[in-house]
Design a protein around this ligand. Structure first.
Ligand code: FE
Length: 440
């Protein structure tokens, strides 16, 4: 090729909206969108050293080595990630985003040794939050949810699943799902709604839980589905809450109306929730601290994603965690979420990754896969998010660490330097950073 021709080629660079270049590690998670990763595949991060990417109209249009990206694309907005890592925004596949009030006094009781189930049995826990959420107006709930999403975004989460379940009447469940819809419209973070009317037996049905299950099946699910307010239907399947038979009825009723099943399974006891999740072909089973070997095998067989929530286990203070290693060995795809709720108040997926490494012995690479592409599988969003690939949303985070193994290793602080959501720079620590003034 002649010099002139080469020059000519350089001038034909495609103009795009943004380039992110020179990442020490560009963690792409490429190739995990078809099937969730498990076994040894979960360690495969698809890292490109000195990597970069191009963004146009909110989407990723190129991923590769920085010189290749620079050669083909130009943009006014160029972000240098020199010395840092770049990866997909975190996907949080399990939150209870919308509620009113707080329960710090119950936290103190739990520190002093009172069990979570004892607090719930005495009308506290979920039931207390239900009382406060029923009283709260839409505006107050939207304001609270918005603030929470801000904190999540600052910590690098760009997509969250959100469960209802603090209303437990048709009117209040619709109110909460409506708030989630508003939040999805108002806030940069994408909110994926799950109907969790079967979160607890409300006090008014204490002596007739079956009637409440009927209400969920006959009134709530049809209305929620008809209004298009949820994609998933979840049940808190646990001794003293919803039994296996009730859980199955609710999940099947949801499925018949197009709501994909999820289960809060085997959190406090070995209850058969994992087996049931496999049996009803749930998209995911969540918690799983006490899942049986049979249940784990059945989940692997049916491709049910295990959404593990080590921050919730941490907040239970029993020292028990889900057996993530066994699940990965058996071929279950593992995802990680916060379980953000009034008894596990954490918005930060980076801390969840640290807990997963320390308490469940996931490597940082495994935990990163679990908190991104596998989480996207758990909420049916793999065509949009969870990896840095051409055509996906430009939901990208820059972390101020030299390599991915720092995730989990350096914990308790926010490693986020920048967050790009739908191709827009929405968090920039560099620009808003604290200016240290020397005392000299
Ligand atoms: Fe939960």
């Amino acid at each position: 090729m002649t010099k002139a021709k080469r020059r000519g080629k350089r001038t034909r660079k495609e103009k795009v909206d943004m380039l992110i270049v020179n990442a020490n590690e560009l963690v792409t998670l490429k190739g995990g969108s078809e099937k969730p990763r498990t076994g040894t595949q979960i360690q495969n991060l698809g890292i490109i050293r000195k990597g970069g990417l191009a963004v146009k109209d909110g989407r990723i249009v190129a991923v590769g080595k920085t010189p290749e990206i620079r050669k083909s694309f130009s943009a006014e907005n160029v972000i240098s990630a020199s010395g840092k890592i770049v990866m997909p925004g975190f996907v949080d596949p399990h939150t209870h985003l919308v509620f009113a009030g707080s329960r710090e006094d119950e936290f103190q009781m739990r520190v002093e040794g009172v069990s979570y189930m004892a607090i719930l049995g005495a009308g506290g826990g979920i039931l207390r939050t239900v009382r406060e959420t029923r009283r709260a107006g839409v505006e107050r709930l939207v304001e609270f949810g918005f603030k929470t999403l801000d904190v999540m975004l600052e910590h690098g989460t760009t997509t969250v699943e959100a469960k209802s379940g603090y209303g437990l009447t048709l009117k209040d469940e619709l109110k909460i799902l409506g708030v989630m819809k508003r939040l999805n419209q108002l806030h940069a973070v994408d909110v994926v709604p799950t109907f969790l009317g079967a979160h607890a037996i409300p006090l008014e049905y204490k002596n007739n839980p079956q009637e409440y299950v009927n209400l969920i099946i006959e009134e709530m699910i049809p209305r929620v589905a008809e209004k298009g307010l949820a994609e998933f239907c979840d049940v808190f399947c646990e001794k003293g809450v919803f039994n296996l038979e009730q859980t199955r009825r609710v999940l099947v009723a949801g499925k018949n109306r197009g709501l994909k099943p999820k289960v809060h399974a085997d959190e406090m006891s070995m209850f058969g929730g994992a087996e049931l999740a496999a049996d009803v072909r749930a998209v995911s089973a969540e918690h799983l601290l006490f899942a049986s070997d049979e249940g784990i095998k059945a989940m692997a067989d049916k491709g049910v994603v295990a959404v593990l929530l080590p921050a919730a286990a941490f907040s239970l203070m029993t020292g028990r965690y889900a057996d993530a290693r066994k699940m990965i060995d058996f071929g279950v795809p593992v995802a990680l979420g916060t379980d953000f709720n009034p008894s596990c108040w954490v918005e930060n997926q980076q801390l969840v990754i640290a807990f997963a490494c320390h308490f469940m012995r996931l490597t940082p690479a495994e935990a990163i896969t679990a908190a991104t592409i596998n989480s996207a599988h758990a909420i049916g969003r793999t065509s949009e998010v969870g990896s840095l690939e051409i055509g996906k949303k430009a939901d990208v985070i820059v972390l101020d660490v030299p390599n991915h193994m720092f995730l989990g290793y350096r914990f308790g602080v926010n490693l986020v330097d920048k967050v790009v959501k739908n191709g827009r720079l929405v968090v920039d620590k560099e620009a808003s950073g604290i200016k240290t003034v020397g005392l000299f």
